[in-house]
Structures are given as structure tokens and as C-alpha cells.
Write a protein that binds this ligand. Structure first.
Ligand SMILES: [Zn+2]
Length: 272
């Protein structure tokens, strides 16, 4: 989230922010009062997992599950810095043990199992903890016969620092979602900016109903990766919510402020 250049005298830092889409300088407070959406052009800014829970679920209804799960550096992986150091830094930065939060709560009075991945923690990438939490949440939804709502904000896809342990999460959660589906469960997937890689290639695009926020980047490999691999220039607007809606991957684009009502309506429609 970009702020406007040099702080001006008498203006506390961070009071204004620059919208990356329309370039307008907007009051941070005003954007916040609109669920972090630009008042000028409706650009949807990043939302931390905790705020997402507040926006989507009924007040104080969320009960978090599996809070004791912690990531491990099983491969002693090192890129620029050791993975174990990276985990500690990300935990300090976000106050979260890893990139996913799951639990149960209510959407306009309807009980649901809920999960969200947060871009702030290693780009929301899916390592063992993210995969395990989402899998367990799906299994609980199966056991409790509750609708399942996942919000993906994972630009990182699978977490390369965990190698094969990260890749196997895709299969693990897909299998759990398959069992949930056979048990008759309703899974609503909400795609937010960005949803990429192994996350898009597993739980995010396996919803019974797939909703997306406007203008979100959604895809498997990014533009540059595709060019480097197969020398293919992508069409304009490829990998946006709007493009995916047009091509049938997304069922409906829903502005953030309407998501809670829309999810409640879907639950009512599917459960009666
Ligand atoms: Zn804007």
C-alpha cells in the first residue's frame, strides 16, 4: 500500500495514501471506512486476515481453531536467508504464526466454517501449516455439516521453501474437499487479489460457488513466467476477475462491501 511521498509538515504520516489504480491521494480513514476500497475508483486494497474476519463474519462470532500449529524448517532450506529466520521475521511482522487463519463463525446468523489466507505472511504462500489448517477446517465442516467459506489472498502459491512438503498440501486439501463434496457440503470460494500458483491450482478454484473481488489478479503462473517458459504474450486483462468471469472460471464478481450479504444469500439458496 503506497503512501504519498515525503510527509508534509503537520500531517501525521500515513494519514493519506495513494491509490495505485487512479493515483488519487485519499484519506486512509475514508478508505478504511469503506472496507479498504478506494472512494474514487473502487480499487480494492489489501485486507489483513483479522480485518477480513471482521468484514465477513458477524461481530465477535469467530472462534479460531488449531492455533498451536507452527511452521517448521524441515529441509533446512536457505535462499537469501535461512527459512527458519524468514519464518521468525514474518511472524514478528504480522503477529501471525503462519499465513492462514481458520475457525468457525456466523454470516448474518448462519453458522459456517471459515478460513482465510493472508498475503502479508510470505505472500500468503501455502506451506504445511496453511495446508494442514485448511484441510482440518474442511474435515470439521464435513463432520459438523456446515458450509465452508475460504478467502484466498495467496499470491505466493505453494511455498517453495518447504519443497515437496508444500506441494503435497495441494493434493491433501483437494482430497479433503472431495470428501466434503461427496458428503454434500457447500463450499464457497472467495478469490481476492492476488490468488496465484498452487493455491489457485488447488482449493481456491475448487469451490461449488466461486466469487471474486473486482480487479483481483487470479491465475497460475504470472505473465513473466509464462513468457519465459513458452514465449507466449498474454491477452490484455488476462488473469483478472473480470476475464475469468467472462470465461466461466468465476461465478460472480462481488464488491467487498456486499460479500457478507452475498454469502448469506448463497447459503440460503443452496441449503433450502
Ligand atoms: Zn482509486
Amino acid at each position: 500500500m503506497a503512501t504519498t511521498g515525503r510527509p508534509k509538515r503537520g500531517v501525521p504520516e500515513g494519514l493519506w495514501m495513494r491509490c495505485p489504480q487512479c493515483k488519487a491521494a485519499i484519506f486512509r480513514k475514508e478508505a478504511e471506512s469503506r472496507c479498504n476500497v478506494c472512494p474514487e475508483c473502487s480499487y480494492h486494497f489489501y485486507v489483513p486476515a483479522r480485518d477480513r474476519i471482521r468484514q465477513l463474519l458477524d461481530e465477535d462470532s469467530f472462534e479460531e481453531w488449531f492455533t498451536n500449529l507452527r511452521p517448521q524448517d524441515a529441509l533446512a532450506f536457505k535462499d537469501r536467508i535461512p527459512y527458519s529466520d524468514r519464518i521468525k521475521a514474518e511472524q514478528a511482522k504480522t503477529g501471525m504464526p503462519d499465513a492462514a487463519v481458520v475457525g468457525r463463525g456466523y454470516v448474518r446468523g448462519r453458522p459456517v466454517v471459515f478460513g482465510v489466507t493472508d498475503f502479508a505472511f510470505m505472500a500468503g504462500s501455502m506451506g504445511s501449516v496453511v495446508g494442514e489448517k485448511l484441510t482440518r477446517a474442511t474435515e470439521e465442516a464435513t463432520r459438523l455439516k456446515l458450509p465452508l467459506i475460504f478467502v484466498s489472498g495467496s499470491g505466493g502459491g505453494a511455498r517453495m521453501q518447504e519443497g515437496i512438503l508444500s506441494l503435497m498440501q495441494m493434493a491433501k486439501i483437494s482430497a479433503a474437499l472431495g470428501r466434503y463434496d461427496r458428503a454434500g457440503g457447500l463450499y464457497v470460494s472467495i478469490l481476492t487479489n492476488p490468488t496465484m500458483g498452487g493455491v489457485a491450482a488447488s482449493f481456491a478454484l475448487q469451490g461449488d460457488i466461486t466469487l471474486a473481488e473486482p480487479g483481483a489478479l487470479i491465475g497460475f503462473a504470472g505473465k513473466r513466467t509464462i513468457w519465459n517458459t513458452v514465449r507466449l504474450e498474454l491477452p490484455e486483462g488476462f488473469q483478472t476477475s473480470e476475464f475469468l468471469l467472462h470465461h466461466g472460471f468465476v461465478d460472480r464478481i462481488v464488491p467487498r462491501k456486499d460479500l457478507r450479504t452475498e454469502v448469506a444469500r448463497i447459503i440460503d439458496f443452496c441449503e433450502h
